[in-house]
Design a protein around this ligand. Structure first.
Ligand code: GDP
Ligand code: MG
Ligand code: K
Length: 280
């Protein structure tokens, strides 16, 4: 049937609710998320023969298991299994917003990035080759202005294409460097050889989360027959990482993600503005 379930995921104040309201004709409160209740809202719309069921999820900076929002969003994605994730990214805080994007890529779900606040980017005069970033991440990136509705039809078109193609950006891996990649490799091999079902999550993702010390993933693995052995092995890998990189594994992963984003932005975002370009 022609129903596409779409989850809006992004940092607080990236513009998720604005896009949600404009697309679905809803009237949800736009502004600062109070954080009192962790909840989601559903709305529907029709476009090009499809019925879209949109879910506006709480804002989150990452997908670790630390805050109720983070846990909520992660469980929502794995339990409710939306067909397509729309990652709403604020173009006025790219580095911080794209951190979440790197985590979402690892979930290996069909995804489209809404490059929101595009008006702010244009006003700033900075040049951003989002097409190049889109190729680097193997994820469509669509400029939007959530406040005004600019780019929303294009966003929906991209959601339809990704849904119809079934592309879940398997081909792109955030590179973590030699030491972390070696440990990830060991964890994936152990997960595979012991026949762990990985909670519907990709093996690489589970390996990374175990190395980071994610409690929720850890507890799920402990339930397995060979869970204790795997966690003992994991502890060894964590020690190895700490000894070689001289930082705790979690920071090592976080820093590697930021490094990857910084590198990608160095190639695609020019700090020099087009206004300056014209005067030279
Ligand atoms: P959410 O926290 O992700 O749901 O973000 P909201 O939709 O509540 O938006 C946060 C603020 O940004 C609100 O004041 C919106 O009016 C504003 N906003 C949303 N989209 C845009 C946009 O594309 N450009 C600009 N300039 N402001 C926007
Ligand atoms: Mg909101
Ligand atoms: K908000």
């Amino acid at each position: 049937n022609n129903v596409i379930r779409v989850a809006l995921v992004g940092n607080p104040n990236a513009g998720k609710t604005s896009i949600f309201n404009l697309a679905s004709g809803a009237h949800e409160h736009v502004g600062n998320y109070s954080g009192v209740t962790v909840d989601s809202k559903e709305g529907t719309l029709r476009h090009n023969g499809y019925k879209f069921i949109l879910t506006d999820l709480p804002g989150t900076y990452s997908l670790s298991a630390y805050s109720p929002e983070e846990l909520y969003v992660r469980s929502y994605i794995f339990e409710e299994k939306p067909d397509v994730i729309v990652n709403v990214v604020s173009a006025s805080a790219l580095e911080r917003n794209l951190y979440l994007t790197t985590e979402l890529i690892e979930l290996e779900k069909p995804m489209v990035v809404a490059l929101n606040m595009y008006d702010e980017l244009e006003k700033s005069g900075r040049l951003f080759k989002h097409q190049t970033l889109s190729e680097m991440l193997n994820v469509p990136i669509v400029p939007t202005v959530g406040k005004k509705g600019f780019g929303i039809p294009e966003l929906l078109e991209n959601v339809i294409s990704i849904y119809e193609s079934g592309n879940n950006s398997h081909n792109v891996k955030v590179p973590y460097g030699r030491v972390l990649e070696k440990s990830i490799g060991f964890m994936c091999r152990d997960l595979l050889s012991n026949g762990f079902s990985t909670l519907g999550m990709p093996k690489r993702y589970v390996g990374i989360k175990l190395l980071e010390g994610d409690k929720e993933v850890e507890n799920a693995i402990r339930e397995h027959d060979k869970g204790k052995e795997l966690l003992a092995r994991r502890n060894k890998e964590r020690e190895y990482i700490e000894r070689l990189l001289k930082e705790d594994p979690e920071s090592a992963f976080t820093n590697a993600r930021y490094g990857f984003i910084a590198g990608a932005l160095k190639e695609t975002l020019s700090e020099k503005t087009k206004f300056e370009d014209k005067t030279t």
